[in-house]
Design a binder for this molecule. Structure first.
Ligand code: SF4
Length: 376
C-alpha cells in the first residue's frame, strides 16, 4: 500500500501528483495523514504570505438570476425568495464603509441578472474605481460573452471569480439544468484569463453525487489551469432546491482538499469560505490553519443579506460590517494571524502590471462606443 506520508512529501516538494496518486491521497486519508498534510500546507502558505490574511469586502448586489442551478437558493425556480437589487448609491455606500474599515478589495457578486447590462456594470465599475483607485475590484457575475468581459476589464475590473463547480461532465449535468454546459463555463474561464484578469475557479466539496474521481478531475484541472484564486467550500443544501435532502459536505474533507490545493499551487489566493464557517463555528480559522489565506466578509446592507441565501443557515447575516471586522480580528489573533490591509493581488502578477492598471481604466463612453463599432 502506498505510504500517504511520502505522497504528501512528494506533493510538497514537486507541487504535483498524478490523478491516481491524488485519488489514493483522498481515499486513504485518516486523522494522522490529514494533520501532516494540514501542517505542510500551513507552512507553505506562511512561506508565501506570512501570517497576514487578506480581506475581501463582499457586496451582494442582486439576487435575481436567470439560471436554475439545482444546488442554489437563488435559482430562478425558487419563487419563495424575495428578490432585490442594490442601487448604485447603495453599492457605493458599501464601498465607503468597507474602505473606512480598511478593505482594499471589493467583490461585486450577483446572480446572472439581465437588468445589469454592460452599461450598468460599466457604470458601477467606473464609479468604484474612480472613488477608490487604491482598491482592487473583483467581479463575480457568472457567464458573460467575451466582449463584456473585455469591456469590464478595460473599465478597471481587476479580478473575476467563476467557480467551475465540477470538471466531470456527468457530474456537471447532474448539478445544472440543460441550458448550461461545462464546456461553456471552461471557455469563459479561459477567456477571462486570456484577457488578463486575475481569475478564480473552484468547486463545492460534498455536492450531490460527487465522486472521488470527480474530485480528482477538479484537482487536476486546477493544477493545469493555474488560476490566481480558488474558491473551495462545503456544499450546504438549501430547502427551496431539489437538493434539499442531501447532506452538507464535510468539514474534514474540505480542509483536506484546501491543503492539497495549497500544495499544488503554493501561491494561489485561497479563501476560508463563509460556507466553511457555516458548517463549523471555527471553520474559517481551521481553513486558515489548513493553508487558506483570504477571508471574504460581507459588506452588503444587513437588510438584504438574508435574501442572498445561496444555502441555508449562512452565518453573519445579521452582523454589521464593523462588528464582522472586529470579530474577525479577534478570531485571527486567537490563531496567531492578523489582517493584512493590502490589496492582496496574486503573487503571480507582476506589480508593474498592477501599477499600469491603476493608472489606465478607460472611460465608459469610449468603451461603449468601441463596443458598438464591434472593434473588440
Ligand atoms: S449558482 Fe449562480 S448562476 Fe447558478 S442559480 Fe445560483 S446565482 Fe444563478
Amino acid at each position: 500500500m502506498t505510504n500517504l506520508f511520502s505522497l504528501i512529501d512528494k506533493l510538497h516538494q514537486e507541487q504535483n501528483l498524478s490523478g491516481q496518486e491524488l485519488k489514493v491521497l483522498i481515499e486513504g486519508r485518516d486523522q494522522k495523514t490529514a494533520e501532516y498534510l494540514y501542517d505542510k500546507a500551513r507552512q507553505t502558505a506562511i512561506a508565501t504570505f506570512g501570517r497576514g490574511i487578506y480581506l475581501r469586502g463582499l457586496i451582494e448586489f442582486t439576487n435575481y438570476c436567470r439560471n436554475d442551478c439545482l444546488y442554489c437558493g437563488l435559482r430562478k425556480s425558487n419563487l419563495n425568495l424575495e428578490r432585490y437589487r442594490l442601487s448604485l448609491s447603495q453599492i457605493l455606500d458599501c464601498c465607503a464603509l468597507g474602505h473606512k474599515l480598511g478593505f482594499r478589495t471589493f467583490v461585486l457578486q450577483g446572480g446572472e441578472d439581465h437588468y445589469f447590462d454592460d452599461e450598468r456594470i460599466l457604470q458601477i465599475i467606473s464609479e468604484i474605481k474612480s472613488a477608490y483607485p487604491d482598491c482592487a475590484l473583483t467581479l463575480s457575475l457568472g457567464e458573460k460573452n467575451p466582449k463584456s468581459y473585455k469591456l469590464f476589464y478595460q473599465a478597471g475590473a481587476d479580478r473575476y471569480l467563476l467557480r467551475h463547480e465540477t470538471r466531470n461532465e456527468s457530474h456537471y449535468r447532474f448539478l445544472h439544468p440543460k441550458s448550461m454546459s461545462l464546456s461553456h463555463r471552461l471557455d469563459c474561464l479561459k477567456t477571462l484569463k486570456d484577457i488578463g484578469y486575475q481569475v478564480g475557479c473552484g468547486f463545492m466539496v460534498g455536492s450531490p453525487e460527487q465522486s472521488v474521481q470527480a474530485l480528482t478531475e477538479d484537482l487536476l484541472f486546477i493544477k493545469s489551469f493555474e488560476p490566481h484564486m480558488v474558491g473551495l467550500g462545503p456544499f450546504i443544501p438549501h430547502q427551496e432546491t431539489p437538493f434539499r435532502d442531501y447532506p452538507s459536505g464535510s468539514l474534514e474533507l474540505t480542509l483536506y482538499l484546501l491543503s492539497i490545493v495549497r500544495l499544488l499551487l503554493p501561491k494561489v489566493l485561497l479563501p476560508a469560505t463563509t460556507a466553511l464557517g457555516t458548517i463549523h463555528p471555527k471553520g474559517r480559522e481551521l481553513g486558515i490553519l489548513s493553508g487558506a489565506n483570504v477571508i471574504m466578509p460581507n459588506l452588503s446592507p444587513v437588510e438584504t443579506r438574508k435574501k442572498y441565501a445561496l444555502y441555508d443557515n449562512k452565518i453573519c447575516v445579521e452582523d454589521r460590517p464593523t462588528d464582522c471586522h472586529a470579530c474577525l480580528k479577534t478570531r485571527l489573533s486567537s490563531i496567531g494571524y492578523e489582517i493584512n490591509v493590502g490589496r492582496g493581488d496574486s503573487p503571480l502578477v507582476a506589480s508593474s502590471e498592477i501599477d499600469g492598471l491603476l493608472l489606465a481604466p478607460l472611460p465608459i463612453n469610449a468603451l461603449l462606443k468601441e463596443r458598438k463599432g464591434e472593434s473588440l
